[in-house]
Design a protein around this ligand. Structure first.
Ligand SMILES: [Zn+2]
Length: 392
């Protein structure tokens, strides 16, 4: 069946098309053009869906998320996780990396095994429009004690190939990203090995000095996790890890743009430093996202949520940010336009983790995963695999 979608704008997101026509067949994009340049209407033999003044953009990708809708990715059953996917797609996300926290090794391996099941399971439901887990992000256990945030100290371990291999096997090779502190003993060897396996190695939860961060990049690290949070602070004469992250144009980096983890002014500085091609938005969202204030789990950690702030003891413990709000915040905190902010939630994360051939952009041949946005950046509809487009 052929469906033709039109709206006011389309963000590929590297390019902007006015009065677009997006043709979808068998769940994939088969044509992108403009109503202005097309002589014969593409609507022939197809259903036309017109989103009026809205904009079409790729579905958001969240490469750092621990849960939402009351579910934690390490604790939820395989039957429960689609409910998280449904919640995420209501906020424009079509793909995500289920992200772990430091926990006992055996329970981490059990969680990785469950997550691998969900990643490998093809959707059988014709009407399914939930965001799908595309891979696993290991946030820990190879983190700095000094910059651990809320990751329990008793579960942090020194990196070895042996432990990495155990985690890799439990996840059946679905580890796509790993946050690691490069200064801890054994880290450089594990960074090199993970990079060799095409894992996006991200430096973070780290007290590294500048030369160590630079050495990590030479060994294969190419990204940075929630820049500024759980990192040795930037000092203008002793720039440390943040100096490397912000100044190295070969490194991409992500940030939690909720206005709580990092001040809006520093989010703006970050966007200026990394630019529209290397800045990545994440949520670091935990199970309380989309739920009322109260007590929630983040893996083995109990978190108190009050007025949108998640804490365990004196430390921030994840967020209740959603990706659509992160995109809107960027347009408020900086002078970035909506398409530029959208890029930081789509193409840039896809590129950072090596998935941009299939995700994070609208192009002929890719799966029809997209979001319909109002001019203010509100999510009007989310389409996964071309499903859910029938006119209501
Ligand atoms: Zn996190």
């Amino acid at each position: 069946m052929k469906t033709v979608v039109t709206a006011r704008h389309l963000y590929t997101p590297a390019e902007e098309i006015t009065n677009p026509l997006l043709v979808i067949e068998d769940g994939h994009i088969t044509e992108i053009s403009s109503r202005a340049s097309r002589s014969s209407p593409a609507t022939k033999n197809g259903t036309l869906v017109d989103f009026g003044d809205a904009a079409l953009a790729p579905g958001f990708l969240d490469i750092h998320i621990h849960g939402g809708a009351g579910l934690d990715v390490m604790l939820a059953s395989t039957a429960e996780l689609p409910r998280l996917g449904q919640f995420l797609s209501s906020h424009g996300v079509t793909g995500y990396f289920a992200t772990t926290v430091a926990a006992p090794l055996d329970s981490t391996c059990a969680a990785l095994d469950r997550l691998a099941d969900v990643i490998e399971k093809k959707t059988s439901d014709e009407g399914a429009t939930e965001a799908r887990p595309l891979g696993i992000h290991l946030e820990g256990p190879f983190l700095s004690h000094k910059r651990r945030g809320v990751h329990p100290p008793e579960y942090l371990v020194e990196p070895t190939i042996k432990i990495f291999e155990k985690l890799w096997q439990a996840a059946r090779g679905h580890v796509r990203m790993m946050t690691i502190a490069p200064e801890i003993s054994g880290a450089m060897e594990v960074i090199a090995e993970a990079a060799r396996r095409k894992v996006c190695v991200s430096i973070g939860h780290s007290d590294a000095e500048l030369p160590v961060a630079q050495e990590a990049v030479r060994n294969g690290a190419r990204h940075a996790t929630h820049t500024f949070n759980a990192m040795r602070p930037l000092d203008h004469r002793n720039p440390g890890i943040i100096g490397e992250v912000l100044s190295d144009d070969t490194v991409t980096a992500d940030i939690i743009a909720d206005g709580i983890h990092v001040s809006p002014e520093v989010v703006k500085l970050f966007l200026q430093a990394k630019g529209p091609e290397r800045a990545v938005l994440i949520t670091d969202a935990m199970s309380a996202t989309g739920m009322p204030d109260g007590r929630y789990q983040l893996g083995p950690i109990q978190v108190e949520v009050k007025d949108g702030k998640c804490t365990a003891g004196d430390s921030l413990a994840g967020s209740v940010l959603t990706m659509d709000r992160a995109v809107r915040n960027v347009t408020r905190f900086s002078n970035w336009t909506l398409p530029k902010a959208v890029r930081a939630a789509t193409l840039n994360p896809a590129h950072a983790v090596g998935l941009s051939a299939k995700y994070g952009r609208l192009a002929v041949g890719v799966e029809a995963n997209f979001v319909v946005l109002s001019s203010a950046g509100d999510v009007l509809k989310t389409i996964v695999g071309g499903r859910g487009l029938q006119p209501n």
